[in-house]
Structures are given as structure tokens and as C-alpha cells.
Ligand binder design. Structure first.
Ligand SMILES: *Cc1c(COP(=O)(O)O)cnc(C)c1O
Length: 380
């Protein structure tokens, strides 16, 4: 299917081509100096002590949970209105996802009150997802977690460059997890990053990322060591030099790209203002603090959603749903140990949400086309 306006679009320039060529010419393609440079540039950008590059956002979440001390039988409170990887990672750690409702139809982030209601003696951690790049109430979440002795893991897959009260998202929790999948605000094709201010947590993540080994192939290549010990059965969740180089080029463009996403978001909001049949969430949050990852709208009648999506598709405009709620998937319904109750806002939003196209280089004419097709369908 070739769309006139795709949901998301990547754009690469000479910087990315040069970066990849630099790695290929160097003769070293698995984890090494480019990855180290990417990690330190990412940590500096966020203003945090440590960043560890990994193979995906999903593996970032898995290692983040393990390093935060989550293990077998623990409960982890998560939103259901998220990508399934958020909850799957809890299962990888041997723990039980406990789903908490979102705040409401204007704020699609996990509700701090609902988190509080779901805490039991077995609760070990909370994963918050900054939906669309708009921050969860991190001040309230942090003080709740502190008073109840819970770890906070931020799923910041939507939120590189976003902030809350001037402090970057990903740096509010015990660990922050990023994804560099192709449709995210910055991409390495596949990849992720775990960030933390804790040296012990960073060390654990580095060790688990590479089989639980005490030295790296790169160390041995440089003659720093001949052998190694394995202190835990870890994983191969490493990033490689080609992706790291791509990530460095993309990180350098992130601020500009996020600024363009904000302009496009404002442009769509303006064009859709006054369409009574839809509402646009997050309008009372500061746009300058958001990474504007996606553009969600809520249609008034769930029954009209398929028609609107079909109409837009016929005009070559791609849309999506963020998200089919995780607690509804069959694996979470049938044999999953997950707990899900009291998810009224999640159910409601999941039945009425449509995601419209948004990417940095989207053109004003494309914004015009999207809004006029939404209007023409709903107002006829
Ligand atoms: C993309 C995404 C992930 C998973 O990242 P991958 O890099 O695709 O593994 C996790 N959580 C959320 C909210 C995401 O959007």
C-alpha cells in the first residue's frame, strides 16, 4: 500500500550515510567505541549519569526491570493503554502485571490515584508510559513510590527529548527506557537505551546485556583482558556499531525534529478546532515539554471509528489505533496471571481513539488534507 500521507515517515540525510560508512570503513562493527560515544552523548543530552545502549525498547524494559530488582512473583503496576511490550517485559522478569486505569479522556497517562489503589504487599515497581510524549505526573508518582518503597521504571519510548518541569523524561524514575524503532522520534532501525543515575543499576544492566560476562569482546580486542567470568545467565541484548552511529546522527537532529513535530501538532489542533464530534487529548499540558510522538484524537461515537478510518484510507491517509488495550489480548485473558479490573477510562478511550499522521516533515497541505477529510466525513 502506498499512502499519500503515511502515519509516520523517517528521513535520513548525509549525516546518517556518512556515519554508517565511517563504521564500515573502520573494520569494527560489533559493540565498541561508537556505542560508547552514543551512550555518553545520550546521557549528556538527558543530563543523567549513565546510559546503556541495547537491542530494542523491549529489551531495555526487561533489563530495566531486572536491574530495579523485579523478580519472580513480584507485582508491577502498568497501564493497559500501551504497546504490549510494556507488559510483556514484566512477564519476562517472572513478575505479574497489574493493570491500572488512565487518568481520563484528556490525560491518557496512567492515573496516580489508580496506581495507589492497586498497591499490595507484593507490589515491587510501577512502569509509567509517557503516552504520545506527554509526561505522566512524575512529581506525584515519585513521592508515592518513595513513600511505598516502589521502584519507578519509565517507558519513555514515546518521549526522547520530552520533559516535565524542565527535567527530561527518563530521568525521573529509577530507570528510564527508550526505543529507537523506526517509527519513534529518533531511530537506529532497531535499538534502545536504558538510563539511570545509579552506578550499581548501570553496572547490572551492562553485565546482563552481554551474557552476564565480566569483560567484552571489545576489551579483549584491545588487549585489556584474555578471559572472563560469567556471574549470571545474562542475555545478548547488545547494540552494534552501525546502529550506534545511526543513533548519534539521529540524536543530533532530535531537538529540531521535535520542534517540527510540535509545530505540526499545533497545526493539526488548529485545523481540527471546532469539530464537535472529536476531542483532542493533552491540550492542557505544555506543548514545549512534549516530544509530540503521535497525534491521537477521540471520536464521540465508537461505532463511527471504522467508517472514519476507512474513509481516510480511501483518501490515502494512514491511521492507527494506540492502543488495543493489553488486558484484552488473548494471552493476557486466558493464561496470563495479569490482574485487570476497574479500567473504565482505558476501555472507553481504546474504543474511540484514532491516531492521525504526524512526523517532522509533514507539509501544511498534508495537514489541510487530513483535517478536511476528517471534517467532511464527520460533518456529512
Ligand atoms: C515502541 C514501544 C516499545 C517497544 O520498543 P521496541 O524498540 O519496538 O522493542 C515499548 N513501549 C512503548 C510504549 C512503545 O511505543
Amino acid at each position: 500500500m502506498s499512502w499519500k500521507i503515511a502515519l509516520a515517515e523517517v528521513s535520513f540525510g548525509t549525516e546518517e550515510y556518512d556515519a554508517i560508512k565511517r563504521v564500515l570503513d573502520s573494520g569494527w562493527v560489533s559493540m565498541g567505541p561508537e556505542t560508547e560515544a552514543f551512550e555518553s552523548e545520550f546521557a549528556d543530552y538527558l543530563g543523567i549519569g549513565h546510559a546503556v545502549a541495547v537491542s530494542s525498547g523491549t529489551t531495555a524494559l526487561h533489563l530495566g526491570l531486572l536491574a530495579a530488582g523485579v523478580g519472580s512473583g513480584d507485582e508491577v503496576i502498568v497501564p493497559s493503554l500501551t504497546f504490549v511490550a510494556t507488559a510483556n517485559a514484566v512477564l519476562y522478569a517472572g513478575a505479574i502485571p497489574v493493570f491500572a486505569d488512565i487518568t481520563g479522556v484528556d490525560d491518557l497517562n496512567i492515573s496516580i490515584d489508580q496506581i495507589e489503589r492497586k498497591i499490595t504487599p507484593r507490589t515491587k515497581a510501577v512502569i509509567c508510559v509517557h503516552y504520545a510524549g506527554f509526561s505522566c505526573a512524575m512529581d506525584r508518582l515519585r513521592s508515592l513510590a518513595q513513600s511505598r518503597g516502589l521502584a519507578v521504571v519509565e517507558d519513555a519510548a514515546h518521549a526522547p527529548g520530552a520533559s516535565f518541569r524542565g527535567k527530561k523524561l527518563g530521568t525521573w524514575g529509577d530507570v528510564g527506557c527508550f526505543s529507537f524503532f523506526s517509527n519513534k522520534n529518533m531511530t537506529t532501525a532497531e535499538g534502545g537505551m536504558v538510563v539511570t543515575d545509579s552506578l550499581p543499576i548501570a553496572r547490572t544492566i551492562r553485565m546482563l546485556r552481554s551474557h552476564g560476562m565480566t569483560t567484552l569482546t571489545w576489551d579483549r580486542h584491545r588487549g585489556h583482558s584474555f578471559s572472563y567470568d560469567v556471574v549470571e545467565p545474562g542475555f545478548n541484548y547488545r547494540m552494534d556499531e552501525i546502529r550506534a552511529a545511526l543513533g548519534r546522527a539521529q540524536l543530533a537532529k532530535l531537538e529540531d525534529n521535535n520542534a517540527m513535530r510540535r509545530i505540526a501538532t499545533e497545526g493539526l489542533r488548529d485545523r481540527l478546532a471546532g469539530v464537535d464530534q472529536i476531542s483532542i487529548p493533552f491540550q492542557d499540558q505544555a506543548l514545549e515539554e512534549s516530544s509530540c510522538h503521535i497525534f491521537p484524537i477521540l471520536i464521540d461515537k465508537a461505532g463511527r471509528r471504522p467508517g472514519l478510518m476507512e474513509h481516510l484510507k480511501n483518501q490515502g491517509i494512514q491511521t492507527s489505533i494506540h492502543y488495543p488495550p493489553v488486558h484484552r489480548f488473548s494471552t493476557y485473558q486466558s493464561n496470563g496471571p495479569a490482574r485487570a479490573d476497574g479500567l473504565a477510562f482505558t476501555e472507553d478511550v481504546a474504543s474511540r481513539e484514532i491516531t492521525l499522521p504526524l512526523f517532522p516533515r509533514i507539509l501544511p497541505e498534508q495537514l489541510d488534507a487530513i483535517s478536511s477529510e476528517v471534517r467532511s466525513f464527520l460533518e456529512k
